[in-house]
Design a protein around this ligand. Sequence first.
Ligand code: GDP
Length: 382
Amino acid sequence: METRNIAIIAHVDHGKTTLTDALMRQTGMVAEGAGSMDSNALEQERGITIYAKNGSIYYKDTKINIVDTPGHADFGSEVERVLRSIDDVVLVVDAQEGPMPQTRFVLKKSLELGLKPIVVLNKIDKPAARPEEVSEMVYELFLDLGATDAQLDFPVVYAVGRDGVAMRALGDERVNLDPLLDTILERIEPAGHETDKPLRAQPFNLGYDNFVGRLAVARVYEGTLKVNDTLYIKNSAGKCDQGRVAKLFTFRGMERVEATSVEAGDIVMIAGLPTVEIGDTLSVTSDQENLPAIAIDEPTISLNFIVNDSPFAGREGKFVTNKQIRERLTKELEINVGLRIDFGDATYKVYGRGELHVAILLENMRREGYEFQVGKPKVILK
Ligand code: GDP
């Protein structure tokens, strides 16, 4: 089966989640009213933690993997490594608001990597929508960001994601999302399917499962990856570990499906490699050349997490002790790429890539019932 690997990119609230859910529903991947790509509850129940969600849909004998990517500049390297691991992007822009800062940010990264975006002008049902004008604004933005002629020749699809409809022209009948799906099949190259070569795969995201430990989300570039394979795990700094593949999963809809082998072109989640990192090259033979490395941004701010040992501790949270907070932060390090922590006795110095990066961690921990104090963020001067 042919595979297309894409990311849907957008400024927050321009309708990425709604559109993705509609794609899942129309292709029969989720029942009407079932959970969305945004929901974390099921994952947490199973003890699996991962930030970026992946999904896939099947359309006209093609598997389309949809890889999630954050839009904010604090997650610059996340965005970049996801965009490097897929073949093209669908840029969703609100047809009333027009391009916004995150539109610019994700589009810039995409163009720099040579991708040829498909543009979706979404929410054309809004009374104040101005799709023609916004189309011009998007064109200007492409120009401004130095798009090549081929990139400037982008197709535009109009959509009402909420109603699950897309149209190639504004006046077209609003039926379903086929016009968008067909544009994806026409414009995006099938993923390379070189199964006759020896295996080469590269992780672009990490997750954690309470039962099987570290998970790596990887693209298989060449060859076939099989359960029980003993892999070399190499990087450009000279690391050369080995590990045995315990389990493999691919994606169907929002579900993870266990697999015994995964072929070149597809995206896979691998369990059993405790030392695997983003950007490593995975191979079965040791003499395979490394895939180009993936850079991870350095931290830009630091702040102290201070364990609350006052007599009032425990009023706001259920997890307050030094040990509980240390364990939670240690687990975070497994999946939160770019985060670093110096563990002191009762003060943990957390380094992150921006205020938002650390704020999300704080918010998640508070919601989970952790209680602690934090110091003022300090900018790391280079
Ligand atoms: P995301 O942040 O890009 O994932 O955006 P969401 O999919 O969460 O959508 C943001 C808001 O826009 C929600 O309130 C949606 O109900 C609304 N929305 C999404 N698609 C449409 C649409 O096609 N038309 C209108 N009018 N609203 C939409």
